[in-house]
Write a protein that binds this ligand. Structure first.
Ligand code: ARG
Length: 460
């Protein structure tokens, strides 16, 4: 039991209490950030004359040594310490002697852990942004290659109107673009340094909070010490952004699963991204997409847990906040893993363009365009809707598509139809004429691709 406190206690901590209270099993995840924060604090203490420059340098060297030894496997983080802060401080004192006892001058574990979590979350957001960027890059490749790959667009999972594979993928591009900007927003908003807030009420030492903030690449110090030690909004914001990413990935996974099914066969997942069955030799299952879809639940769980943990705790620090870590770490690792795997999966999948196109030909995806054709011939839209409805019924009864009908069959329904109907309702026409920005037509699609290409470049 290595603790940073005990002077006012007359009894040993009960072992069960110690175990219940300890956080080292999970807060060691931000060991690196704890060292970074302590180096900045010690540097500032020296510059502000609170410890001597020599003491400051000794502390910094000691901290760097601890970091290196842990990296090299020479020093192990063990459960004999209450938390990562105790581990670092105890090892610093072992290493450099009494000077090590000065590191915690003008600091509390409350502002220390607030800082560590912020630094950790900031680093992780940056990594998530990079992964989303890679995914966007991959989506753009698919868009560029598939401007003329026709497929049915769906509403209610019923064929609705023809679109292109590029256009469908571009919908997800927009979603992940928003996800990216949510991450950036969150990272920008959290970028203030809580160090120097002490336990809750600042300190009496002449700390240079601007200096520690700038040493740690923050935009400046936080402006209220009570808020600083008890704010976990940025964790909730990040979990929210992660939940939305997970939701988008889950929707996309669902579509991949449908497209990859025996019935659709629009795509085929690569063997490297599929799994087999222990009993059915023919099976090739989309387990990765299913797992990505399934993991969404635990990410939402982390968000709900954090919102609930924070909702009733009085200012300022309360130990409840230690609960900000485990599920958050799990959600971060989960979403990062999902984005990475998902990107690999779509990069390696094969497209069955013929199947997509054949499917778009069936199912009357051109019925709206057939009605529009009649409107151009002077038929009011409501009447045109009725005529095409009768035509569709005829086709269903005779197992035909609109393009299979002879001109006589058309004219039997309404004499206004002429030979030019075939051209007017071909897949190409249906898609190519939809050229307002955001629509699947090739000119509109190309414009969007150009915009998104420039957007991606602007992120680098
Ligand atoms: N392990 C604690 C946490 O994660 C560190 C802060 C402890 N502060 C305290 N006053 N007990 O929140």
């Amino acid at each position: 039991m290595a603790q940073l406190w005990g002077g006012r206690f007359t009894k040993q901590t009960d072992q069960l209490v110690y175990n219940f209270n300890a956080s080292i099993s999970f807060d060691q995840k931000f060991f690196k950030q704890d060292i970074e924060g302590s180096i900045a604090h010690a540097t500032m203490l020296g510059k502000a004359g609170i410890v001597t420059e020599e003491e400051s340098a000794n502390i910094v060297a000691g901290l760097k040594g601890i970091y290196q030894d842990v990296q090299d496997g020479k020093l192990e983080i063990t459960s004999e310490y209450e938390d990562i802060h105790s581990f670092v401080e105890a090892n610093l004192i072992d290493r450099i002697g009494d000077t090590g006892k000065k590191l915690h001058t003008g600091r509390s574990r409350n502002d220390q852990v607030a800082l560590d979590m912020r630094l950790y979350v900031r680093d992780e957001i940056k990594e998530t942004e990079e992964l989303i960027k890679d995914l966007l890059q991959e989506l753009l490749v698919l868009e560029k290659e598939n401007i003329h790959t026709y497929m049915p667009g769906f509403t209610h999972l019923q064929k609705a109107q023809p679109v292109t594979f590029a256009h469908h993928i571009a919908a997800y591009f927009e979603m992940f673009k928003r996800d990216y900007s949510r991450l950036v927003d969150c990272r920008n908003r959290l970028n203030l340094c809580p160090l120097g807030s002490g336990a809750l009420a600042g300190t009496t030492y002449p700390l240079d909070r601007e200096l520690t903030a700038s040493l740690l690449n923050f935009d400046g110090p936080t402006l209220n010490s009570m808020d600083s030690v008890s704010d976990r909004d940025y964790v909730i914001e990040y979990l929210n952004a992660l939940s939305i990413i997970a939701m988008h990935l889950s929707r996309f996974s669902e579509e991949i699963i449908i497209w990859n099914s025996n019935e659709y066969q629009f795509i085929e997942l690569d063997d490297a991204y599929s799994t087999g069955s222990s009993i059915m030799p023919q099976k090739k299952n989309p387990d990765i997409a299913e797992l990505v879809r399934g993991k969404t639940g635990r990410v939402y769980g982390a968000l709900m847990s954090m919102l609930t943990t924070m909702k009733g705790i009085p200012l300022a620090y309360d130990k409840d906040m230690q609960e900000d870590k485990e599920l958050t770490f799990d959600a971060i690792d989960t979403v990062k893993g999902c984005v990475l795997l998902f990107t690999g999966m779509i990069k390696t999948m094969k497209l069955n363009k013929d199947k997509m196109e054949a499917s778009a030909m069936k199912g009357f995806t051109n019925a709206t365009d057939a009605a529009d054709y009649l409107v151009k011939k002077g038929v009011p839209f409501r009447d045109a809707h009725g005529i095409i409805g009768r035509l569709v019924l005829y086709c269903i009864n005779n197992q035909k598509s609109l393009l299979d009908l002879s001109i006589d069959e058309y004219k039997a329904i309404d004499p206004v139809f002429e030979e030019d109907v075939y051209d007017a309702i071909s897949l190409e026409t249906c898609v190519n004429l939809r050229n307002t920005i955001g629509a699947p037509g090739p000119d509109a699609m190309q414009k969007v691709i150009d915009i998104n290409e420039a957007y991606l470049k602007s992120l680098n």
